[in-house]
Design a protein around this ligand. Structure first.
Ligand code: ADP
Ligand code: MG
Length: 449
């Protein structure tokens, strides 16, 4: 009898569905053997959302006055946000071109038992360092292989966000119009998810002949220089600077890294994303968009309502819910909320007792660095998950992300589209969701009808 786990793990290894584990040993990326079912209607809805959400966040990213004003209180106790705000350009007459590779993450809530009645609720809109452009494709290829061999019941929905992202990168690099261009990929020194990044680098070189300089912020500080506004690195000009690092304070252990970031920001390199877009991705901004008046500043008349329907309750800690502060309500019913600081990358949110303790100890000033979000009552389905070659069956929750790309000069759009999906499936007991952080498994989508 064919052993599905062995077949799947070998396929994963041959096809680069790989990562380093926390001990930096090579292993297959964790994956599910139970594709997540969606209705055609829901899938269409999620795809259609992508350009709409991109436009909302683009308008915020292009409004430094709004970002400064709204993040000012947060910056008082959050140095990371403060340092990013300091890099924000003034209102520009001729805004620079920017590239966004976004990922809009959703969970599905049950509205009755039928999947067709499931509603998408936004977890967050990610604007920087969105991973799994390659690995999400490889897992759908793995599932296709198993399906064709009769080892998987459902056929995965094809998915190739990497190819489209590479095409958009190439469009942006070409538009910079310099003789010796490269993609500058800003990376962490030790990266568990390096193969996901390498796949993009190799495809960009293979298809378009554009080389990639992989560099840490420290290396950029040491080798980079400005020439008539261009960011020059070892004989190449960084036409596009793509941040796969720089989203967490851990990436800036000293002032040298901030110096590198300032060098990038003052250069004319096309940033992916711009510092304004990075700030627009803050949890605080998501919380503000939960207010209809704020959302309507940035969303078109006909789309605001649809966008708003995907939001859970989002609160500042001192906001009143039925005359009681949100912080107190969350202490009384911790199971209903998640406490989020302005951080990306997983493992930073607080739940349950830990959240309660934090809420009771935060000073009034520190409260502004956090938001409270209602927990999404996600649908739970059984799944078989494979981690380090071991299969386990468990009740699970799936999170669906839609990747998008957007190239824009100010608010003028050059490209804006959906390019594919990421599904992460985790045990229903698990609060957090990162794949490399060890919480979730890569998965694909299949049609339920
Ligand atoms: P990060 O920037 O660290 O990725 P997220 O806001 O995406 O932060 O939260 C991390 C994970 O926590 C998500 O992937 C999801 O699994 C879980 N999570 C976040 N917000 C909620 C919520 N409101 N309800 C249920 N789960 C949530
Ligand atoms: Mg997230």
């Amino acid at each position: 009898m064919l052993d599905v786990v062995r077949e799947a793990v070998d396929f994963a290894i041959i096809n680069g569905l790989l990562k380093y584990n926390t001990r930096f040993q090579l292993t297959h990326a964790p994956f599910s053997l139970s594709p997540a079912p969606v209705s055609r209607k829901l899938l269409r809805q999620l795809c259609n959302f992508t350009p709409v959400f991109n436009t909302v966040w683009l308008k915020i990213a292009n409004n430094p006055a709004f970002l400064r004003n709204e993040l000012e209180k947060t910056a008082r106790t959050d140095d990371f946000v403060k340092n990013l705000l300091n890099l924000l350009p003034e209102n520009e007459l001729h805004p620079q071109r920017q590239l966004l590779i976004s990922r809009n993450d959703f969970m599905l809530t049950a509205d009755g038992n039928e999947t067709s009645l499931k509603k998408p609720k936004q977890v967050e809109f990610n604007t920087i360092s969105n991973s799994f452009l390659s690995l999400s494709r490889q897992v759908s290829l793995l599932h296709r292989h198993l399906y064709r061999k009769g080892l998987l019941a459902s056929e995965p929905i094809p998915n190739d966000p990497l190819e489209a992202a590479v095409d958009s990168m190439a469009t942006a690099i070409r538009s910079y119009d310099t003789p010796n261009p490269c993609l500058l990929m800003v990376v962490q020194e030790k990266e568990q998810n390096i193969f996901d990044q390498r796949a993009l680098e190799y495809r960009l070189y293979e298809k378009y002949n554009y080389p990639t300089c992989r560099m840490t912020l420290k290396e950029i500080a040491e080798t980079g220089s400005l020439h008539e506004g261009h960011l020059k690195l070892k004989g190449h000009i960084a036409a596009v600077t793509y941040f796969r690092a720089g989203y967490t304070p851990d990436d800036y252990p000293s002032s040298i890294e901030w110096k590198a970031r300032a060098l990038i920001e003052t250069s004319s390199s096309i940033k992916c994303p711009s510092v304004g877009m990075q700030l627009a991705g803050a949890k605080k901004i998501q919380q503000l968009l939960g207010h209809e008046d704020t959302l309507r500043l940035f969303a078109e008349e006909d789309s605001a309502e649809k966008v708003q329907e995907t939001f859970m309750g989002l609160y500042t800690l001192d906001e009143l819910i039925d005359n009681v502060s949100a912080s107190e309500v969350a202490c009384q019913s911790p199971e209903r909320f998640v406490l989020k600081p302005q951080r990306e990358g997983g493992g930073n949110n607080l739940y349950g007792e830990e959240m309660k303790t934090a809420l009771q100890n935060l000073t009034e000033e520190e409260q502004h660095a956090y938001i409270l979000m209602e927990r999404i009552p996600s649908t739970i389905t059984p799944a078989a998950l494979v981690v380090e070659s071991t299969r386990e069956e468990m009740p699970s929750i799936s999170e669906i992300g839609r990747f998008g790309v957007c190239i824009a000069d100010g608010d003028r759009l050059i490209e804006n589209k959906d390019i594919g999906y990421l599904v992460r499936t985790k045990s229903a007991d698990e609060n957090e969701g990162g794949v490399c952080a060890g919480y979730a498994c890569l998965n694909s989508l299949c049609f339920e009808d």
